[in-house]
Ligand binder design. Structure first.
Ligand code: SF4
Ligand code: SF4
Length: 375
C-alpha cells in the first residue's frame, strides 16, 4: 500500500479508501471488513449520514474494539448541505454519536450538486457556520465536499476556498471533470475519487471485449493506474461490502510511478477503440446543453459511446435507468423525451444528429427503473 499527502490537510492517506456505503448486512460484517482494510494498510474510512446504517455499524465496530485502533485510520463522514446552521450542528452531533467518536478527521458536505447547494455553502449565515464552529470545537479536523454536480458547480465550490478536499467523479471512461482535478491541485486540495470501479464502468464485471482491449491487464487495474499514475489524485474509494472484496485492487495499490509503456499502450488502444463510433461519437464537450426537456444529452451519449465501443451494455443499462430516479445525484431525463426541437443541434461541434442518437440510446439502454445504491 502506498500513501499520499491529501493536499493541504497534510493527512497521509492510503491510495485506497474504504468506502463504507455497502455495509448493508450487519455490524459483525462491518467490523470484519474494517479490520481487514486496516490489516491491508488502508488508513481512511469514509461513510455518510445518508449511507443507511453505515455510521451505526462503524460505531458498533468502535465499541467492539476498533476504538483501540483509532490511531491507525482517518475517518470521514458526510452530511448534505442544510439551509441553516442549527440543523447542521444537530446533524454533526448525531453523526458523531452514531459513529461513537468525539471527532472526525475529515468532514465533507455531501453532494454540492446544484447551484442551489452552492449558494447554501456560500451563505455566510448558512450551514458552513456550524461546520466551522465544529472545527473550532474539535469535532471536525478538516473540511471538504463531495459532488455529483456539473463541472461549473464543482469549480464554483473549489473557488469558495471553504474546502481542503474534493470527492468527485473522474475515471478513464469519464474525464469531463479533469479541469476540477487540475484546479484542486492548484489549490493544494486533496482529491478523492468516488467509486472508480462501479461508477467508473462496473469494471469488476467487464465485458469480454473490454477485457481483451486491456490485456494483459484487467480493466479495473488499468483504470486504477490511469488515476493513480496522476499525482493530482490522492485516494480512490473501494466500496468493499465484506472482507473478501479487496483482492482485485491489490496489484494497483502496490504500483507507484508513471504509466509503464505497456500500460500506455493499453490506454492508447482504448482511445483508438472510440473510432468504431465513426461520425456518431459524442466528444463530451457539453456544448449542447441546456436541453429544454432536461435531457442529460452528454451523459446519455457517453453511455451509448461505451455500450457500442466497448460492449459495456450492462453498465449503460445500470446508469441509464437512474435517470429520473436519483434527483440531483444523477440529473436529467431519459432520451425518449426528445421532441426534435433542434435547439441543441447548432451547438454541437461534432454536428451529431442528436435526436437520432438519443432515440438509438434509449432503445439500447432502457430497461427497468433504478435507485441509488444505498436506498
Ligand atoms: S432536439 Fe431533443 S435533445 Fe436537442 S434540445 Fe431539443 S429536445 Fe433536447
Ligand atoms: S455538443 Fe455534441 S459532442 Fe458535445 S456533448 Fe453534446 S452531443 Fe456530445
Amino acid at each position: 500500500m502506498h500513501y499520499r499527502r491529501f493536499g493541504k490537510t497534510e493527512m497521509e492517506l492510503s491510495v485506497f479508501t474504504l468506502g463504507a456505503m455497502r455495509f448493508l448486512e450487519s455490524d459483525t460484517n462491518a467490523i470484519a471488513t474494517i479490520e481487514k482494510a486496516l490489516d491491508l494498510g488502508i488508513n481512511h474510512i469514509e461513510t455518510a449520514k445518508g449511507y443507511g446504517k453505515s455510521e451505526v455499524f462503524i460505531g458498533a465496530a468502535m465499541a467492539a474494539g476498533l476504538a483501540r485502533r483509532r490511531e491507525e485510520f482517518y475517518l470521514t463522514t458526510k452530511i448534505p448541505p442544510t439551509e441553516d446552521p442549527a440543523t447542521m450542528a444537530q446533524l454533526i452531533d448525531q453523526s458523531l454519536r452514531r459513529l461513537q467518536v468525539d471527532f472526525v478527521d475529515n468532514f465533507d458536505i455531501h453532494g454540492i450538486n446544484t447551484p442551489a447547494h452552492l449558494e447554501m455553502v456560500r451563505n455566510p449565515d448558512g450551514c458552513m457556520k456550524a461546520v466551522q464552529a465544529a472545527v473550532v470545537q474539535g469535532k471536525i479536523r478538516h473540511v471538504g465536499f463531495s459532488t455529483h454536480g456539473s463541472l461549473a458547480v464543482i469549480l464554483g465550490a473549489i473557488e469558495t476556498d471553504l474546502f481542503a478536499s474534493v470527492n468527485l467523479h473522474y475515471y478513464y471512461f469519464n474525464q469531463h471533470n479533469e479541469p476540477a482535478v487540475q484546479r484542486a491541485a492548484e489549490k493544494d486540495m486533496g482529491v478523492f475519487i468516488i467509486s472508480p470501479s462501479d461508477k467508473g464502468g462496473m469494471l469488476y464485471t467487464p465485458p469480454p471485449l473490454l477485457q481483451d482491449l486491456c490485456a494483459p491487464f484487467s480493466p479495473l487495474y488499468i483504470n486504477d493506474r490511469f488515476l493513480l499514475s496522476d499525482l493530482r489524485v490522492h485516494t480512490l474509494s473501494l466500496g468493499a461490502a465484506n472482507p473478501q472484496e479487496f483482492g482485485d485492487h491489490r496489484v494497483a495499490w502496490d504500483m507507484v510511478g508513471p504509466l509503464t509503456p505497456e500500460e500506455q499502450a493499453v490506454l492508447a488502444r482504448l482511445d483508438r477503440q472510440y473510432g468504431v463510433l465513426g461520425g456518431d461519437r459524442c466528444s463530451q464537450c457539453f456544448a449542447c446543453l441546456p436541453c429544454p426537456e432536461q435531457i442529460n444529452i452528454p451523459e446519455v451519449l457517453r453511455l451509448r459511446n461505451m455500450a457500442i465501443a466497448f460492449e459495456m451494455q450492462s453498465f449503460g443499462e445500470y446508469r441509464y435507468k437512474m435517470f429520473e430516479h436519483a434527483g440531483h445525484w444523477f440529473p436529467g431525463r431519459k432520451a425518449n423525451h426528445c421532441t426534435d426541437c433542434g435547439d441543441c443541434l447548432p451547438r454541437c461541434p461534432e454536428v451529431l444528429e442528436i435526436p437520432r442518437l438519443l432515440r438509438d440510446a434509449h432503445q439500447r439502454l432502457h430497461t427497468v427503473e433504478g435507485k441509488r445504491l444505498w436506498e
